[in-house]
Design a protein around this ligand. Structure first.
Ligand SMILES: [Zn+2]
Length: 535
């Protein structure tokens, strides 16, 4: 993930400030851009302190940064209002960045607010995301409290089917909060109806993702189905229970579990990136990985500060990575390498202030998986873990989860198209048809990902993103050779070709520059075939 979930922007209420505080109007466009960076840095500081890792940052506490952010925003808005039309695309880029920040909930909400009938769409999403925090951080399993990430990890490794089923059933309170008793006006169905109405009025995440690569939602849906059909045709036909699906695909997790203790996650990640030319220490990436109550229920990476020229020299942007790892293992390692992929992306952005942001979500998520997929290559495992799993088993451990992402993408496309559908039935149709999963339409087991509640349509960035990841990995190898066991050229080459531009270049232009043709599903289909060679 790249954005903190449900970050209440209470400090925007501080905007009622004396007018003299705003200072003089920005005289030049360079000054507007400077005040854009100043504001973003203050907003990042607020988000950092709200995340709860520490009480102060660069000498200020939360309220100090909130006040400063509010002041800087007044300066910025005044400057933007006076900006000349010659700076149109830069102004549009800045407004786009600001709109993304403002899209978060304006008032704090709780999970119980999801029962209210009068919530606006943004607050409804925020309330459901809170359910993932309130319930997802407190799942009951065998007399202990575990969080959602730990539960998902356990589904990969627990030997006894009955205990796996118990982990699965530990999600029940979360599912009830999100989907009620699956009634037509359950909290989720009311939320998705609002999202679908928004999608019809403007552009949904699905339209945005398809548009980003010059494609259409219909074509994207065809690709997703094609990928799922390839998995279906290649995998054994025996039906599997939903609590067994991850276990059966994750023999490699169990084979390598002892090689990946929790305390090795960061060191292994750091070593791999150093071998690709990205020294996470030198890039000053901040990792917030220790558990604490009420921590974000989802791993994410965000800017800690933006890049800028200071005293004539470039000071690169800084990233912070938030995640909670109570156990090690391949699943956790893959996720941390993905988050660190976002962090090196942030660090590589080297452009003018107006474009000092991520490109669109689709390519951002796809790029983070370019290094993360290496974790499942036996050659990577031999070098960084000192042991490897058989190739097909190792790839199944990852692509089994990618198939769930593809299935969720399809689920959201269908729910957004027809929000009156029964979500349990839509999910059952997809998972039983393509993944050989035993139908359980009585259980809303689709509700395992926060994004389904907080950002309806977001999953397509992972499902469609997998096509892009496969394409980028193949194009990278063709240009600079293999990088699974390190390649000193990787970071510089990726920076020059994809990352340095920030939000300036569209995904379409970046990919066309890389591939010389439109995106195709073939590279991903080739990876799916590697998962089931002998079947
Ligand atoms: Zn991500």
């Amino acid at each position: 993930m790249i954005a903190p979930m449900n970050r209440a922007k209470r400090w925007l209420a501080c905007l009622l400030l004396p007018a003299f505080a705003a200072g003089a109007a920005a005289a030049t466009f360079a000054a507007v851009e400077e005040s854009f960076l100043d504001y973003l840095d203050a907003a990042s500081a607020v988000a950092f302190l709200e995340s709860g890792m520490t009480a102060t940052f660069e000498g200020r506490d939360l309220s100090g940064w909130q006040g400063l952010a509010a002041l800087r925003r007044i300066d910025l808005d005044r400057g933007l209002a006076e900006a000349r039309s010659a700076d149109e695309s830069a102004v549009a880029a800045m407004r786009n960045t600001l709109a993304t920040l403002a899209a978060e909930a304006a008032t704090p909400v709780a999970c119980s607010d999801a029962a209210r009938r009068n919530l606006a769409a943004t607050d409804m999403r925020a309330a459901l995301a809170e359910c993932f925090r309130e319930h997802g951080n407190r799942l009951q399993f065998e007399g202990a409290v575990i969080d959602r990430g730990t539960a998902l990890q356990l589904l990969h490794v627990i030997e006894e089917p009955a205990r796996r089923k118990a982990v699965f059933e530990a999600f029940a309170p979360l599912w009830a909060a999100v989907n009620g008793r699956n009634e037509p006006d359950s909290p989720y169905r009311r939320m998705i109806a609002l999202a679908a109405a928004d999608a019809r009025r403007g552009r949904s995440e699905v339209d945005a993702a398809a548009g980003a690569i010059g494609s259409t939602p219909a074509e994207v849906e065809r690709w997703l189905v094609q990928v799922l059909e390839a998995w279906h045709d290649a995998s054994p036909p025996q039906p599997v229970e939903p609590w067994d699906y991850r276990y059966l695909n994750s023999e490699a997790n169990r084979l390598l579990d002892a090689k990946i203790p929790v305390e090795s996650l960061l060191a292994t990640t750091t070593r791999f990136y150093r071998d690709t030319g990205a020294d996470l220490g030198e890039l000053r990436v901040l990792f917030d990985l220790a558990p604490r109550p009420d921590k974000s229920p989802v791993a994410y990476t965000d800017f800690l500060s933006r890049g800028r020229i200071l005293d004539g020299t470039w000071r690169r942007p800084r990233a912070r990575v938030v995640g909670t790892y109570e156990t090690g293992g391949l699943f956790a390692l893959n996720e941390l390498v993905h988050e660190a992929g976002h962090a090196v992306h942030v660090s590589a952005i080297h452009t003018s202030p107006a474009y000092m942001d991520w490109p669109d979500t689709l390519i951002t998520e796809a790029f983070a998986d370019v290094p993360a997929w290496s974790v499942h290559e036996p050659a990577w495992q031999r070098r960084y873990l000192g042991a490897d799993a058989p190739e097909a088993a190792s790839l199944r451990a990852m692509f089994g989860n990618v198939m769930l992402d593809v299935a969720w993408s399809l689920f959201e496309m269908r729910m957004l198209r027809d929000p009156a559908s029964d979500p349990n039935q839509v999910w059952t149709d997809i998972t039983s048809r393509y993944l050989h999963i035993v139908p359980h339409p009585e259980v809303p087991w689709w509700a395992m990902r926060v994004q389904l509640a907080s950002d309806p349509g977001y999953m397509v960035n992972y499902g469609l993103g997998a096509l892009l990841t496969a394409e980028i990995r193949a194009a990278t190898v063709a240009a600079i050779g293999p990088f699974d066991t390190g390649n000193g050229a990787w970071y510089r080459w990726s920076s020059e070709r994809l990352l340095q531009f920030g939000s300036e270049r569209s995904t379409r232009d970046l990919l066309h520059g890389l591939l010389g043709r439109p995106v195709r599903p073939d590279a991903l289909l080739a990876q799916v075939r590697r998962c089931w060679p002998a079947h």
